[in-house]
Design a protein around this ligand. Sequence first.
Ligand SMILES: [Zn+2]
Length: 365
Amino acid sequence: MRLYRCVFTVAFLPLRLYRCVFTVASLPLRLYRWVILPLKKCKPANEGWPISASFINQFTLSLSLSPFLGIEIKKSVNYFWGNMKHAPISTVKFKISRRESAMKSFSTDAILLKRIEYGDYDLIITYFTRSMGKISVMAKNAKKSMKRFAGALDPFIAMNIECSWPKRKNALPILNGLELENPFAHIRTCATKTGYASYWLEMINSWMEEGRPDDDLYELIYYVLESLNAGHIPAEVLSLLFQIRFMAISGFTPNITSCGDCGVSLDEIHQQMVIFDLKAGKLVCNKCCSSRDISGDENGVLVSKGTLKQLSWMNTNDIRRAERLKFSVNALREGENLLEGFIPCHIGRNLRSLIFLKRIRRSFS
Ligand SMILES: [Zn+2]
């Protein structure tokens, strides 16, 4: 019997040794799987995450470099838990991924950009929101039940919307409810005001990417819609204000303060009328112009120095002081020619609402 036990023990010795070595060798890998990978999957939020990404990388590195040095691993683990222990629980936040946020809801201030029909009963609504930028949401049964979102799904309306993420991946958020903030009713009863507001909203819809919030742009569009609705500032002036500031926010401020070729400032240019190159988005002084002959080109517009200074003032001063600016009829036409020619060049296509607006202006002039 003893002999049998001896033989049995010796025979199984290699297997036991193998299991021991395997367990020790796979320890770093297991730690990596159980601790580091879950942490890496949860992206740290901008604030409140007490352990930096570089710490996690250092921790991973120390494990992979010294897989068999128990002391090194122990040190890293102690350091890790030390960090966790000192962090108040409330500050440990994670960004909720799309899958984890299934059926989670959100609410935000929003301005309705456009709506399209979807099937027999539903509408897809595109909003420009304060906290999420441009988003498209599904308004279920909006066509079928007139009561559900009565009168609140018209363009230009500012509201607070409540939506929820659906369980299905890549599906649009569902519009659950809304609260009217400002219907801007006077805009829809006037063809000219409707023309201007449609043009501004199409600019936002064409240019802005989905899910990119921009608080400055939200404030700007809300201000111009509110002023257009109230009627105390002429629509033409508001349009110049919106266009020049919109281009600045988008990072395409036209150069209207100096010659874009030689750099001479607007005050140093002697001629009263200066050429603006629509494609390049810059002024070209008469000296530089003679070598390029833009004046005969359809990409150049003539603008007076006074108008350029007023546009520049609009772009850099407090938005609420815009109502004090008095534009002459000539200056308004020059500003319109410059900005309404420049913007389609940079958005890359003609805007349908701009064609509509020009037609309205012609019929009322
Ligand atoms: Zn020049």
